[in-house]
Design a protein around this ligand. Structure first.
Ligand code: ADP
Ligand code: MG
Length: 270
């Protein structure tokens, strides 16, 4: 028997009252794989991420990690199993420093004993030192240029996006879900993102990407799932998806759907 896929999403469904946001979505992600989920605004992409990561309880269907059912787990439990994510609208702790934002990503992994912390024992200082070194390492990895002692909210938008990715990586994920990582980035930053995605993949971390930038999606993805009105209308290689008439009609053929920028809340009702 072959091993189960890293992530398996089966017939995922989510309704908000009368609105069906996700309508029977199924796909799998293998270890080290890179998959993109595309589709027009309101297609249900972020909702699907929220179901996979425990932020929403799906109305139906199943999410499994290594064959283990994780559908009803809380976000923290899903994260502890090795699934990290970023958000379409950033969710940094604005008043914490850049470095502390990334260190906060590690508290799941580096167990701290309350007594050690209270007494500032050598063991506590050592774990603090390791956390700080690791945070610097991830900030280097994402290519952060800004001041690491600055409050996160004072960094330019593109830099804040890097901090979010660094924080997600600091959790030590096997699977990383990125919700529109290129949104609001300039051309140079997009190229750097492309390079970063390649390096994340080299670490053996599987990626699922929600992205509107078709150039980036076509370059980076091994497979693409296309959603429209919550339904999956295509699943294939970039080449297959690009030439699929249903996709062209639903998405690629329409005007540029790129959202205007960071102000778009994922909770927004369109
Ligand atoms: N918290 C929510 N409450 C009510 N409706 C929601 C909520 N989140 C998303 N929706 C609705 O679900 C649908 C899919 O939204 P979303 O998943 O954000 O799409 P996408 O990320 O593809 O743009 C939209 O019709 C949206 O209005
Ligand atoms: Mg979205």
């Amino acid at each position: 028997m072959s091993a189960p896929p890293l992530l398996q999403v089966e017939d995922l469904r989510l309704s908000f009252g009368g609105v069906t946001a996700v309508d029977g979505l199924s796909f799998t992600v293998d270890e080290g794989d890179i998959l993109s989920v595309i589709g027009p605004n309101g297609a249900g992409k972020t909702s699907a991420f929220n179901c996979i990561t425990g932020f929403y309880k799906p109305t139906g269907g199943k999410v499994s990690l290594d064959g283990e059912d994780i559908t009803r787990l809380r976000p923290s439990a899903v994260a502890a199993k090795g699934v990290s994510r970023t958000f379409q609208n950033l969710r940094l702790f604005g008043e914490l420093t850049v470095l502390d934002n990334v260190r906060a990503g590690m508290h799941l992994r580096i167990k701290q004993n309350a007594i050690d912390a209270l007494l500032h024992t050598p063991r506590f200082r050592k774990s603090e030192r390791i956390a700080t070194e690791e945070a610097h390492k991830w900030l280097d990895f994402v290519g952060l240029r800004g001041d690491r002692a600055a409050e996160a909210r004072n960094l330019p938008y593109g830099e804040q996006r890097r901090v979010e990715i660094a924080r997600a990586l600091a959790r030590g994920p096997r699977l990383l879900l990125l919700d529109e990582p290129a949104a609001g980035l300039n051309h140079g930053e997009k190229n750097e993102l492309l390079d970063l995605l390649g390096r994340i993949r080299e670490l053996g971390i599987a990626l699922v990407l929600i992205e509107h930038d078709m150039g980036l999606v076509m370059q980076v993805s091994r497979r693409i799932v296309v959603l429209n009105f919550g339904k999956e209308i295509a699943d294939g290689t970039p080449e297959q998806v690009r030439n699929d008439p249903a996709v062209v009609e639903a998405y690629l053929g329409t005007e540029d759907e790129t959202p205007a920028g960071p102000a778009h809340a994922e909770e927004e009702i369109s």
